[in-house]
Unconditional design. Structure first.
Length: 364
């Protein structure tokens, strides 16, 4: 669960990363810890976790997390190794999702690498470099698959067909994510290619303070451009957010946010959007020792959810005791939930819902 921050030089990537690294200033319950200088584990803000903490009063609370990577700035020619191109493309390949920062503000004091502010052009510059790198990957794979298909390998024939569709899209300057797999086999095959432009994208429009609550014309241009992509768009005054994190008290930060017409720091919304982008959801375990948020994929079954805690839980899964989050809050304790008949016992086929509070029974 790793999201990489990408963009041209001087668009606000590192400021955004540093802003996320100060998440501790926004809420004592959501600290941030740095693993390496350019990689950080950011906690997913979740008011439900705070409510469960209030009800259970555990010894400790463990939130869900997303890993954020500050990737080197991209320049034209990166696909051929220009600038830090190879490092950039290697780092982004390891990520599950892309946070693409676009400069959407005018400021003569901050030099734009291409001389003028144009988020559409900037997006296309990065898209082309990523597409060229994917084209290189596809052509190499296609050559191997064609050789295998000649000797009658059925899977190789399917691979050739899919790779040719992807190649055609890339040659038309379209990302690989625009090619829709027709069945589960093609979906699995597409995943195995590990192409950069199949990764889900969150476009972050970096605006100035005046547009922090409303956005601006550049944001609308980006929204219109990506409306047919499977992507999210949000706007954020990155510089202003960085200023807010420098304030010493929670009250000062809230006053600043209110003056801007914002309910919460944009960094919190961004972290949640990244979590959503990765098709993730949360379930909870709640006991006196620990209240914890566990990250699973949307659509995971109860045994798969149990396996996130420990592989033995999945192997020896017997049943799950499930309380809907709203029921837990309504009745206040697990005992009262049971008395009200709201605790459900679920088997292996149960699809976990976002916010479920769960206990697992297993035997290995």
């Amino acid at each position: 669960m790793k999201a990489g921050i990408v963009g041209l030089p001087n668009v606000g990537k590192s400021t955004l990363f540093n802003c996320l690294s100060n998440a501790k200033a926004q809420s004592a319950n959501f600290p941030f810890c740095t693993i390496e200088p350019n990689i950080g584990v950011v906690n997913v803000p979740d008011p439900r976790l705070e409510k469960l903490e209030e009800l259970v009063n555990p010894e400790r609370v463990v939130p869900a997390t997303v890993e954020i990577v500050d990737i080197a700035g991209l320049v034209k020619g990166a696909s051929k190794g220009e600038g830090l191109g190879n490092q950039f493309l290697g780092n982004i390949r390891e990520c599950n999702a892309i946070i693409h920062v676009l400069r959407c503000f005018d400021n003569d004091n901050i030099v734009h690498v291409d001389g003028s502010v144009n988020p559409i052009r900037d997006k296309e510059t990065i898209d082309i470099e990523l597409q060229l790198k994917d084209l290189e990957t596809v052509e190499k794979r296609l050559e191997k698959a064609k050789k295998a298909a000649k000797v009658g390998a059925k899977e190789a024939q399917l691979e050739v067909s899919l790779l040719e569709k992807i190649k055609e899209a890339l040659l038309q300057a379209k990302s690989a994510r625009t090619v829709q797999p027709q069945n589960e086999e093609e979906t699995a095959m597409m995943d195995s290619f590990q192409l950069i432009t199949t990764k889900p994208v969150l476009y972050v429009c970096n605006v100035d303070e005046n547009a922090a609550a409303t956005g601006n014309k550049y944001v609308e241009q980006v929204r219109e451009l990506v409306k047919d992509e499977n992507a999210e768009v949000m706007f954020l005054a990155v510089g202003t957010e960085a200023d807010i994190t420098e304030l010493e008290t929670y009250e000062e930060r809230q006053m600043f946010l209110e003056d801007l017409g914002l309910k919460e720091p944009g960094a919190s919304a961004l972290i949640r959007s990244a979590y959503k982008l990765l098709s993730l959801q949360t379930y909870f375990t709640a006991g006196v020792k620990e209240v914890r948020a566990w990250t699973i994929n949307i659509g995971d079954t109860a045994p798969q959810a149990a396996g996130v805690i420990h592989s033995d839980f999945e192997k020896g899964f017997i049943r799950a005791e499930v309380i809907a989050y709203n029921d837990y809050v309504t009745y206040g304790t697990e005992a009262k939930v049971k008395e009200a008949g709201k605790l459900k016992v679920e088997g292996k086929e149960y699809i976990v819902k976002d916010g479920d509070v769960m206990h697992f029974r297993f035997n290995v």
